[in-house]
Ligand binder design. Sequence first.
Ligand code: FAD
Length: 592
Amino acid sequence: MRATLVNKKRIRELRGGDIKSGPVLYWCSRDQRVNDNWALIHACESAASIGGGVVVVFNLVTSFLGAGARQFGFMLRGLREMETTLKTKGIEFILLEGDPTVTVSEFAKRCGAALLVTDQSPLRIGREWRKVVAHKSQCPVHEVDAHNVVPVWEASPKLEVGARTLRGKLEKLYPEFLEDFPELPTVGALCSDAHDAVLKIGKVDWEQIISRAVEAGAAVPEVKWALPGEQAARLTLEHFLNRRLKLYGLRNDPSKPQALSGLSPYLHFGQISSQRCALEAKRYSKTASQAVAVFFEELVVRRELADNFCWYNPKYDSIEGQKYEWATDTLKLHAFDKRPYVYTLDQFEHGQTHDDLWNAAQLEMVHGGKMHGFMRMYWAKKILEWTESPEQALEFAIFLNDKYQLDGRDPSGYVGCMWSIVGVHDQGWRERPIFGKIRYMSYGGCEKKFKVKDYISRVCDLVAAVKAGDNDPAAQNPGCFNIDFARASVGTAALAGTGELPQAKCTSVCPAEELTRLVRAAVSAGLENTASRAMDALNVLKDTPVTAELLVQTQVGKELKRVLKQGSGTNVGLLAKALLKAWKTVLTGDSV
Ligand SMILES: Cc1cc2nc3c(=O)[nH]c(=O)nc-3n(C[C@H](O)[C@H](O)[C@H](O)COP(=O)(O)OP(=O)(O)OC[C@H]3O[C@@H](n4cnc5c(N)ncnc54)[C@H](O)[C@@H]3O)c2cc1C
């Protein structure tokens, strides 16, 4: 039996020492959520053990890696929701601004922190910040990997060759780390020093901060389809698992973008935990085993492989980051091959190449904020083909990816560009001009895989909707996810951005056997003309949560129609009719 809620292997002591009395600070950076957050759980558990309170600190760095209104707006609106949720748990939230190595250290000192907890990031800048803060700190500093299912330092002690070498290591560790999350421990009140320090920082003026960030980053405007925050993230996950998981086999077809989960922006900002996504997905292992296995591969293996790459390789975004000579040698050998086209950064940025497919991908990213996953590979490989050198290709690809993707500035982004251009985590392929042995992709190959015209026309519609200022999020939705947040549990307050959110309704779905049993009970009572029993069964069914997948799997609608036929015009018939109508709405996707 483990004595603590958080597995000790998830925690690295950046600065050791005893935890004395005082408040516990959680310097939240990469994992911007209240639920399912191992770093926050560790902070609350530590505070509870010393009878102290917790303050969550977020430090805003306004020039963070070239982020614009799109990324800042999404992040700040998510943080506003976080503050509201923390309040319900008696936890203070403060927003600092500036260099975290100064602001966080000073705040910790001012409030006499007993412990400083932070989350994990494998990126250079985040690691450097944590190192300096730990160095300056007067209290212990603990780094918790709250982002990965298996903590990056536990998954492997070294840079992995690729998915095939990491997969087995992760699998061995799932029994230990892929566990349910405990409740957040209740924390005590803040001591007067901490209380004063919080008061001195003052209340966050969200309206002012968001409008300032949105104005400053106006060159890359916000997108309307992705509602930020934990509740929206959870609804996106549920919508995907309940309604779109069965399409996941089509994830490499950019003309069918609704096959993807759409989770990457939420995962990037830590508004949802990948472990929560993995646990929920596992519940579908029996009904959609293939889709769950593939989703798991992307969500856990590929994503954690990207963290492994950046954690053990500080040159994760440059050619020298490729440690395998077959790749660096081949790129050198072909560095002077004649390029069929050479475009400037400006031409790339405006989608002005000769290739309508490439231009569509670029515009999907510029206007929609999320390029389809398959197109990202084609897009980056063509940048290699149409620039002066691999170095320039990598520079352009990372610049554009970080500037426009809502999920940009992420280990998966750096590794995605490195995989496409430098062959990281890949193998050598048949040699050809410019690419050498780096895997090649062509327009013709895409035409064989999916309907290129359909993809281009979808992007044209998206761009037209954005340019026309269409306020319908569905029209501006690069993933065509059609998640109607307004009609789902994230209420109008969230859409208006007040931060006063109703709790997300996360109802558990009825098991298939139970649904079938209830319908059979209603049908047999209806056929026997036992109206009261039929009404009882139908009333239970009326309150039973169902998903489209469940309705398709059980085919209970067809059976219920027998009651409708039999009891037409009676109360039983009317209730059966209303129920069938509600199920039809679930099936056609008019509500979440
Ligand atoms: C050139 C290039 C650039 C990329 N840039 C980014 C980026 O900036 N940010 C980013 O999060 N991902 C990036 N990816 C990886 C991948 O394309 C996206 O994660 C995916 O398209 C996100 O959409 P989704 O959540 O709907 O995908 P889904 O297919 O539903 O995947 C679910 C989750 O699995 C993870 N995942 C899926 N594919 C990959 C992958 N190839 N590598 C690592 N993790 C993966 C992501 O966390 C994703 O959210 C890039 C890939 C390439 C080739």
